[in-house]
Design a protein around this ligand. Structure first.
Ligand SMILES: [Ca+2]
Ligand SMILES: [Ca+2]
Ligand SMILES: [Ca+2]
Ligand SMILES: [Ca+2]
Length: 567
């Protein structure tokens, strides 16, 4: 009879969809502002310059799990910490240099203050090499006639030429220079796109403000038309999307028309536009990582709700986005020393480190390998091992190396015959194939289903199970079908001293809700936390908890809180 703590199989599925595909990281980038505190329904918020380096660093440690590149709008008002924090976290930065207007005729332009921004960026680019990719001279501020609220084209060109000269003089010729304007403004300023100092053309495009749906053909057509217009005037220079995004709240009207804000719509837009960026090989910046409460206004209350995360609300994540593998410590809680209690452990994809708390540290696998530690020889201890989706390699330390499965398969190990030894197995979501090595091949489930194996009927064999996020369907082969959970949930299973086998459970990333079917509902953890089911304290009833990779926090409800595995 298998030890129960070993049969709690938990798949961290949010990681899986993008593993093996570099294009997400290459093309889907993010806008970052540190101004995340305050009340987004009133605009009450702390001063821009009241944030610390530690504030920015803590944000960057979260950002790096989802994006490799960020952009900003200025290097002042707490943004002076961004390059250092990004450097510490291996994140690349396109740094905004604000172009400052004044109230003084004739051209209402504060040349000295604007150039000082460029100087500060260049000084930091030298101090933290390899971090700054681009200097963005001015954002959505081009004005056709001199005035106190905009900058005329000649002065934007002056700033870009200054940035180019100073970069070259400082040995930083690889850093690009641009200005970022709306697609509509670019349409009337082809000569700016073709000026000598501009390396790329950065354009802002927002289907959101034009009453589009988040993921239909009309939205894509709108986006593509605007993009093509900018490409048309760019004279062969690369066009980068400087901003696009979707608000999650604030009502359906604004002075220019209608819009459709909601968390579900923003999630759909993120998915649709990310796919468009990848398919068309266009670099684009989603606006933005955190809500900015200060941007609230009575006329446009949507402006304070563009974040993927509510920084003002314990970094609550509003909808699911991919986690990138290059900075991921992935938890894999199993019994590694054979005492029947599970052990805190993670796999660091960057270094290949397996860190088994209070037991050992070993290096095995790396890169986009998925940790698949389980008891593959039946001796009662979990064996360190990886599944490499790109090639189908299963490498179990000290035991075996075998090819089983193919690119985009999900590794699903388990004891499918109940002999006390875990089997190698894969789920292929394109066809619903479950293949268990030397045992069975069956079709169960289809694309978008998440595989979850566990002994649901308590007969000692793990049962093939899928969770269908679209509908909340759980289907357990030969056992049962029921509905439990919904689209942003991660499925888990664990024993809870109820009759029979494991209880299905879900963790809801939008709210931190844990729902354990037939047992309880509780709020624990939030946002991008990994949900953990463990038997650290009791071998008969599972504990629930979270692992927070951004800080290395392990919080197991009622059992422990420790830091292990900070980046
Ligand atoms: Ca143990
Ligand atoms: Ca073993
Ligand atoms: Ca077995
Ligand atoms: Ca069973």
């Amino acid at each position: 009879m298998r030890n129960r703590s070993l049969s709690v199989l938990v798949l961290f599925v949010l990681l899986l969809p993008i593993c093996g595909f570099a294009s997400y990281e290459d093309y889907v980038h993010i806008g970052y502002q540190v101004y995340k505190k305050g009340d987004p329904t009133t605009g009450t918020s702390p001063a821009w310059d009241s944030y610390s380096y530690q504030d920015v660093l803590s944000d960057m440690r979260l950002i790096r799990h989802h994006f490799t590149h960020i952009r900003t709008w200025t290097i002042q008002y707490s943004n002076q910490y961004v390059i250092q924090a990004a450097h510490a976290c291996g994140v690349k930065v396109a740094m905004g240099a604000w172009a400052f207007p004044t109230s003084t005729a004739p051209d209402y332009f504060d040349e000295a203050k604007s150039k000082a921004e460029i100087d500060s960026i260049i000084a930091q680019a030298k101090q933290y090499p390899g971090t700054v990719t681009t200097i963005i001279c001015g954002n959505e501020n081009l004005s056709d006639s001199p005035g106190p609220s905009g900058i005329i084209q000649a002065n934007i060109e002056l700033l870009m030429a200054y940035a180019r000269t100073q970069l070259d003089a400082n040995g930083l010729s690889g850093i690009k220079v641009t200005t970022c304007q709306t697609s509509g403004v670019w349409a009337g300023h082809g000569s700016l796109a073709q000026s000598a100092a501009i390396d790329e053309v950065w354009a802002d495009i927002y289907p959101f403000w034009h009453d589009n749906n988040p993921d239909d053909q009309a939205m894509t057509d709108y986006f593509k038309t605007e993009y093509d217009n900018v490409v048309g005037i760019a004279g062969g220079k690369t066009v980068v999307i400087g901003e696009t995004g979707w608000a999650t709240a604030g009502g359906t009207t604004w002075p220019g028309g209608n819009c459709k804000p909601s968390e579900a719509n923003a999630g759909k837009f993120f998915k649709a536009i990310s796919g468009w960026f990848e398919d068309n090989k266009v670099e684009g910046h989603i606006f933005e990582f955190f809500d900015e409460p200060w941007k609230w206004s009575a006329g446009m209350p949507q402006e304070s709700h563009f974040g993927i995360f509510e920084g003002w609300n314990n970094n609550r994540q509003k909808y699911s986005i991919p986690t990138i593998s290059s900075h991921a410590n992935i938890p894999r809680v199993r019994d590694y020393n054979g005492d029947d209690y599970s052990d805190i452990a993670f796999f660091d994809q960057t270094s290949g480190l397996w860190a088994l708390y209070d037991i050992s540290r070993v290096y095995y696998g790396a890169g986009e390998d998925e940790p698949v530690a389980d008891d593959y020889d039946g001796d009662g201890t979990a064996d360190v091992g990886i599944f490499r989706p790109a090639s189908g390699l299963w490498a179990i330390r000290g035991l075996t190396r075998v090819y089983f499965g193919a690119s985009s398969d999900t590794g699903v190990s388990g004891d499918y015959d109940g002999d006390g030894t875990d089997e190698i197995g894969i789920f292929r979501d394109s066809s619903g194939l479950w293949a268990v090595r030397d045992m069975t091949r069956i079709y169960f489930g289809n694309s978008n289903d998440i595989p979850v194996a566990g002994d649901s009927d308590g007969d000692g064999t793990d049962d093939i199970t899928i969770f269908r996020p679209d509908t909340g369907l759980w289907a357990i082969q030969g056992v049962s079908r029921f509905y439990f959970g919904s689209h942003s949930d991660t499925p888990l299973q664990g024993y809870f001293e109820t009759a029979g086998g494991v209880n299905p459970a879900i963790f809801r990333h939008t709210t931190g809700l844990w729902a354990i079917r037939g047992v309880s509902r509780v709020y624990y953890g939030s946002g991008s936390d990994y949900p953990i089911m463990s038997n650290l304290y009791s071998t008969s009833s599972a504990e629930l908890g979270i692992f927070r990779p951004s800080t290395g926090l392990w919080a197991i409800r009622g059992v422990t809180r420790i830091y292990y595995g900070a980046p």
